[in-house]
Write a protein that binds this ligand. Structure first.
Ligand code: KG4
Ligand code: ZN
Length: 333
């Protein structure tokens, strides 16, 4: 029988609710972004984010049900991002989900935010196992191996900054504003790879490191300012993006080869990066790898991915009671 999962996501600066059928078909999604509010501060201010979630969560849930032309009695279960993320923001979504679960007597399914990003791919087509997931977001840079649904084996990850975090910091140094990823991506297209930057963690592991690259860009910018030389921002953006893409491709390719895996999915906000999407497409064509990339609206934070993951978590019997709490950090399991 068809199962309709209502998902709620509020881990950072997006208040979102969605209804997904059978873990693969988006029925309705509402995403209320706070980007314009946080832009003035150059990044997400946690307390302001929580307050806006409180203000908007009920309206976002109501709008989603209206859009789907459904009511709570049509819903089979509620999936909620319990973590990781900003604790105040997470708690707002969690309390809303618990309240709905209690009032309407619906199962409550806890979903790890990164499981959500991975299952955004299920909204495009069924996941094929075994697969490697390259997770690239504001908080994560991970290579995950999956042999079946809801089984996550971390092969490697960043040792310091996440790739999205690095994009945002570099953008701030270049005066491009927040969020930096899309701005650098756009600017990189207008520039050339002329600046020499260090290759991050060029070793045989599946790990990444972006703090050295970030420092190199900051130092270069500083030196040029001292020498009264003008930085060509588009060229620096292109050079930075190339180094990032090369490092992601290299480790992903190794993970696929060493594990003899032919399915790759990408996930997370940085998966919206056009340069990365192009480079991965070329690599996968060359290596005969089946590649799945979610549409941009499912790459950045949204509740459809949480509802999709929630369906598969529910099938594995992952149901929580009302004692469920938010976790600002937690490993993917
Ligand atoms: O997955 P996400 O929406 O939130 C987290 O779970 O962190 O990812 C947000 C990150 C930000 O760092 C943002 O700058 C980055 O994704 N991002 C991009 C692009 N669009 C969003 N990075 C590079 N290129 C993009 N086009
Ligand atoms: Zn995210």
């Amino acid at each position: 029988m068809d199962k309709y999962i209502l998902g709620i996501e509020s881990s950072c600066d997006e208040t979102s609710c969605a209804i997904v059928k059978n873990g693969c078909e988006e029925i309705a999604t509402v995403v209320l972004s706070q980007i314009d509010i946080h832009t003035d501060f150059g990044g997400v201010v946690p307390e302001i984010a929580s307050r806006h979630h409180v203000k908007n969560i009920t309206m976002v849930i109501e709008q989603t049900l209206k859009k789907a032309n459904m009511n709570m009695t049509d819903i089979d279960a509620i999936a909620i991002t319990y973590g990781p993320g900003l604790i105040g923001s997470l708690l707002v979504g969690l309390e809303a989900a618990k309240t709905l679960s209690y009032i309407y007597q619906k199962p409550l399914i806890p979903v790890h935010h990164i499981a959500g990003h991975i299952y955004a791919n299920s909204l495009v087509r069924p996941l094929q196992f075994p697969l490697i997931a390259l997770v690239v977001s504001g908080g994560h840079t991970d290579l995950i191996k999956m042999d079946s649904h809801y089984s996550f084996e971390k092969l490697g990850g960043t040792l310091d900054d996440a790739v999205g975090e690095c994009y945002d910091k570099v953008a701030r140094v270049l005066g491009l504003g927040y969020p930096g990823g899309p701005k650098i991506d756009k600017l990189a297209k207008q520039g050339n790879n002329t600046y020499s930057l260090p290759t991050p963690l060029n070793d045989d592991s599946y790990n990444f490191s972006y703090s050295g690259l970030k420092s190199a860009v900051i130092n270069l910018n500083h030196k040029e300012q001292q020498r009264k030389q003008k930085i060509i921002k588009a060229d620096l953006a292109a050079s930075f993006q190339q180094v990032v893409i090369d490092s992601l491709i290299k480790k992903t390719k190794r993970a696929l080869k060493n594990n003899d895996i032919h399915h790759l999915i990408i996930a997370g906000g940085v998966a919206a990066n056009e340069g990365l999407r192009e480079a991965l497409t070329i690599m996968c064509e060359q290596e005969n790898i089946d590649l799945s990339i979610p549409p941009i609206k499912f790459c950045t934070d949204n509740a459809a991915m949480i509802a999709a993951a929630g369906y598969f978590a529910y099938q594995k019997g992952r149901v929580a009671d009302l004692a469920l709490n938010s976790k600002s950090s937690d490993y993917l399991h």
